[in-house]
Design a protein. Structure first.
Lengths: 312, 312
C-alpha cells in the first residue's frame, strides 16, 4: 500500500508540470444511468492522458547521472508520449519500445514529443526481450509504465484532485490495464475516505486483472484483441496485490459495450475520449444495480484517438 | 443597436435554462498562432449550440396565447433543435422548416427534442415560400433564427459571459451567418468596452456578409456549397446595419482552411466542434498580421457533428 502522504507529496512535486483538469457532468448521461456522474477529464491533460502524472513524478526523482545515461520504457502509446514530453525539457530523448500494432496517432505522439521508437512484436515475451536487450547493452534507466511506486503515486494524484473537486462521492471507477491508475486511485481514496468504493473496468478481450482477482494469482492474457489500445498490458507485480486487497470489484466489458459508451460520450459531452476510458461509463451502464442513485467519479484517462480510424 | 442593459436582462432571464459554459485554452494553439486564445465553449451548451440562448430569451417573452397557437421557424439545424428544446417543457411541438440537405445528426436533434420537421428545398426562395405558407394557414408565431432583437439579445449573452470570465481581451472573433451571434456579440462588447475589436469569419462559399460589408447593401448568396452547415443563412435586415456600422472586419475562409482548423481543435483540445465554429480559429491562423500577440476570445458556437461523416 502506498501512503496518502506520498501521493500528496507527488501532487506538490508535479503540479507545476501538469494541468489541473476539470470535472465535467452531463444531465443526459445522468438520466441514462440513473446516477450522478462526475468525469475527471484527463483527456485534457498534458500529453493527452493521465500518464504524464506518473512519469513526471518519477523523472523528477532520477539523479543527474541516471538522466545522463538515458531512460527507456515499454508503452502502448500514452506512457511513451508522456515520458518523452517529461524528459524533452531536459534535452533527453527516451527509447520507447512499442508493439508494432500501436495506432499511428500514438506513435506520432511519441515521435513529436521527441522519443525514439524501438519496435517489438505485440506480445509480452517480445516486449520483455527487447527491453532486457536494451537494458543490458546500455546503462539506461527503466521508467516502468506502472509497476513502480513513483508511477503509482503520480497516477494517484488524479483521484486526489477529484476528491477535492467533488464532495460526497460514493464510488469511483477507473479503467485497469497494468494497474497503475487503479492502484494509485485506491491508495488515494482509502487514504482520504474508506467509505468510497473503487471499481476497475477491463475489456473481456484482455481480462487478466479480472481473472487474477478470482484466482488470487496473476493470470496472463493470451491475446489482447481489444480496441482499447491502452488496456492491453499485463497486471503488475506491485499493482496486483494492492488491487486484490482493496478493490470493490472489476467489471469486464465487450467491445460493443465499450464502443457504444465512447460514442455516447462524444455525442452528448462533445469531448474526445479514447475507448480505453469510455469503458468506465460502459461499466456503469451495464451494472445499474450497483451504480443507480450513486454519486460516481469516472476517470477519463485519455483522449489520443486516431480521428481517421474511428470505430463507427 | 441593442443596449447592453437589454442583454444583461436577457442574461438574467435565461440563466436558469442554459449552461454557463467554460473557457478553454490550449498552449499548442497559442504557440501555433502566436496569440493567447480563449475559447468560449458553446459546443457544451444545452442543445449543443449557443442557439438556446436566443430562443429561450424569445420564448420566455411570448404570451400564453401566442404559445397556445404554436411556434414555427426555419433552421439549418441548431436553431430548430434549440427552439424545440426550449418549448418542449411547455408541451409545445414547434414546426421547423429545414432544407433537405441538412445533416442527419441535426435533423435527429430536432426530432429528439420534439420538433416537427417540414422540408423545403435548400434555397432562400423555397425557405420563404414554405414559411409564408405555414404562417398564412396557421396562426403560429415565427421565432426567427436571427432577425429579431430578442434573439440577438440572447446570443449576446455568450460574449457578456466571456468578458466576465477573461479580463483584458483585445479582440473577439465569431462566425457569421444570419448575423445573430455576431450582432449580439458586437452589442455586448461595445456596451462593456469599446476598445475590444470584434471580427466575423465566414466561408468563401457563402460570403454574403463579407460582400455586403464591401458594397454597403445586403448581398445574396447564389449558392452555399460549404461544409459549414450552420453558416448558410442570409445576412439579416436587422443584423446587417449593426454589423456594417460596428464590426472591425469580416474574414473569409476556404473549405480547406476550415477543415484544417476543425481537426486542429479536435486533436489538440480533445473537444468536438462543428466546422461552422472552427472557422474562427481559421481566421486567426490566416491573419497572423492582425492577431499575433493579442488576447483573443473565440466563440465556439456548436458541437453537433455527424460522427459518421467527418471531413477527413
Amino acid at each position: 500500500m502506498i501512503k496518502l502522504l506520498q501521493i500528496k507529496e507527488a501532487s506538490k512535486r508535479i503540479e507545476k508540470y501538469i494541468h489541473f483538469t476539470p470535472i465535467l457532468t452531463s444531465s443526459v448521461l445522468n438520466d441514462r444511468t440513473g446516477a450522478d456522474l462526475f468525469f475527471k477529464c484527463e483527456n485534457f491533460q498534458k500529453s493527452g492522458s493521465f500518464k504524464i502524472r506518473g512519469v513526471t513524478n518519477t523523472v523528477l526523482q532520477l539523479t543527474e547521472q541516471e538522466l545522463e545515461k538515458g531512460v527507456v520504457t515499454v508503452s502502448s502509446g500514452n506512457h511513451g508520449a508522456a515520458l518523452a514530453k517529461a524528459v524533452a525539457k531536459l534535452g533527453i530523448s527516451p527509447k520507447v519500445i512499442m508493439p508494432k500494432n500501436t495506432p499511428k496517432v500514438k506513435v506520432d505522439n511519441v515521435i513529436r514529443n521527441g522519443g525514439e521508437i524501438i519496435w517489438c512484436e505485440p506480445n509480452q515475451v517480445s516486449r520483455n526481450n527487447t527491453l532486457n536487450n536494451i537494458l543490458q547493452k546500455t546503462s539506461s534507466t527503466l521508467v516502468h509504465p506502472y509497476d513502480d511506486s513513483r508511477i503509482i503515486e503520480g497516477q494517484g494524484t488524479a483521484a486526489l484532485e477529484l476528491l477535492n473537486q467533488i464532495s460526497n462521492l460514493d464510488m469511483v471507477v477507473t479503467p485497469v490495464s497494468g494497474g497503475g491508475l487503479l492502484t494509485g486511485t485506491l491508495c488515494s481514496i482509502i487514504g482520504v475516505n474508506k467509505d468510497i468504493k473503487v471499481y476497475g473496468a477491463e475489456p473481456i478481450e484482455a481480462d487478466d486483472a479480472y481473472r487474477s482477482l478470482i484466482s488470487g494469482y496473476i493470470e496472463k492474457n493470451e491475446t489482447t484483441n481489444t480496441i482499447c489500445d491502452g488496456l492491453r498490458a499485463q497486471i503488475g507485480k506491485i499493482t496486483f496485490p494492492i488491487i486484490k486487497d482493496n478493490v470493490n470489484g472489476i467489471f469486464t466489458l465487450t467491445e460493443e459495450e465499450i464502443i457504444i459508451s465512447m460514442r455516447l460520450i462524444w455525442e452528448t459531452m462533445k469531448i474526445i475520449v479514447e475507448p480505453s476510458c469510455s469503458i468506465a461509463l460502459a461499466a456503469v451502464i451495464k451494472n445499474r444495480n450497483i451504480f443507480e442513485g450513486k454519486r460516481i467519479g469516472l476517470i477519463l484517462s485519455g483522449g489520443n484517438v486516431d480521428l481517421k480510424n474511428l470505430p463507427w
